[in-house]
Design a protein around this ligand. Sequence first.
Ligand SMILES: [Zn+2]
Ligand SMILES: [Zn+2]
Ligand SMILES: [Zn+2]
Length: 633
Amino acid sequence: MAMASAREPAEWDDDPAWSRPDPMTPEEREAWLDHLAELDEPPDLDEEEDPEDCEPLTAGELAEVERAAGDDLLAVEAATTGRRGPGMPGSGRVFPGESSSRAASFGPGMPLDVLPGCAQLAVAADAAVPEDGFAGVSEAELIGVLCAWDRVEAHAAARKLAVVAELIRRNPEPGSELAGPARMPVIWDEFAADQLAYALAGSRGQAEDLLGLAQVLQTHLPGTMAAFLDGTISRHKVGLIASAAQFLDPAEARAAEARVLGRAGRLTPGGLRAAVARAVMEVAPGKARKRREAAARDARVERWAEDSGNAALMGRELPPDEVLAADQRIRWWAGELREAGLAGGMDELRARAYLDLLLGKDSRPRSGTGGGPGGGGPGPADPGGPPPAAGPPPAAGPAGSSVPAGFAGRVTLTAPLATLARLADRPGELAGLGPIDPWLARDLATAAAHDRRSTWCVTVTDQHGHAIGHGCARPVPKSNRKRAGPGPPGFTFTPASQDGPPGGYGTWRLRTPGPGPDWRVTLDPIDTGPCDHRYQAGGHDPGIKLRHLTQVRHATCASPVCRRPAAQCDFEHNTPYEAGGRTCLCNGGPKCRHDHRLKQHPKWKVEQLPDGTFRWTTPAGRTYTTEPTRYPI
Ligand SMILES: [Zn+2]
Ligand SMILES: [Zn+2]
Ligand SMILES: [Zn+2]
């Protein structure tokens, strides 16, 4: 099970064209809070109110709940059609024999389309598309040849690293024994890197990095090495896995790689980085914490000259919650600058806001002073707006604004309930940042519990972390808020009633540390089989609850390669409403503007499967899938 402190999510604004300043307007937020307040009380709860009856869940009981939840998962495994490699065929839409081009055997699902990276594949790809042209080769075949070269490239890089590993074996530090199944020394000769640097005309540092990667692949990551040789994962992705696993012992590293290798080939680098970071925190949470705490002592600000002649300024190894709060503050001030008429894209405005906040400047153009740089015109009339007319931005968000002064901002934290209840040490996640170790997750959740603006959601997941149930917590009625003594110091989650929505997971009582009220959580099902349309809206607009549930199922845009938070996406009908598509969980999901437009292009096709998987078919006729979000479990 996973729990989220459902503050409004941090933005994920890597697209300069994206300019929506705030995922939830104040009106939307009000409506949301009204919605929480208006939910009907289940009729039989009063007799359950004696807190003495609320025993915290034991680890065994929690496992029982998780198992029961898992049982409800239909045996619908999300199809894992990948973009590359063995066991991950493309699409069977083109039938064998249909093409007579020289590259026919690279068509979707054809033998060379799924052959692992090897020298023979290089020879075949070379012959299929000679240098003199691509005539007669279909786009689906071109993609097949492209992916074949990609696998060959990875295979060649893997073979090169295997040679480097042999050089390590032949040049151990005197006294360092060859050990383990890979027969590798722990330390290599002091001058081994120099020979490598001479041969490759690289720096000594690069050569040391190469030696380190070659060694860790042999001693710690045999599964990653095998996938590398097959061409399933690229050199860059191998580097991401090796870097995350470098603090683990060999057994832990194998356990961590096993958690990600099945999907490493189809994850984007950002997705893989997050997945492997989470896997490392799962297999060795204590080491992850020690690493974070040790690295925090290296906190610093770096400055350097850009090649262009400009300069760069960057903070490193900072506390994650404060980084998110600072980032939100920069976005807020950038929005103020834009409102005031300062010209420029959001990237430019954020950079300006960053310097304004550091230097105590105010770059808003003022009416009567000729407008802003770039002729953006005078700022709009300020209708009694809260920010001061002059001087530096205030140290905290002005009254009435939603700007955070610290972590008490709009941050979504997700953490396994077992972690919060101190029954287990499993990692959580900060939206817009990535996985966090269990201690940090507990600290942040506790901090959130002491902020009265925090709201809470509980998501039930299956064994993959896919959401299969969800409830938004609402305060218990005032009349029932008496507590029998201070209660346990941490989080507890106790049954409040066996009843609940049909097909759901009952009604629960959530107690958070600190002064806040206790919360009641009614867990609705998120179906993974045929939909009963219980959340269907009558019209085109999904309404708050349906929109929320689609965002729980897919916490990011439903494109296979996009990680934009769902809160910044459109609710998109998979079959258009105008074409008879329902406004329902079974026919909608979050898509960012870019992917919304892409889907509407006649050459692209998107299907939505009952379990929430999206299947995208590209102009070349190849299919790729997006599974629902995997929450930390
Ligand atoms: Zn919720
Ligand atoms: Zn439906
Ligand atoms: Zn997208």
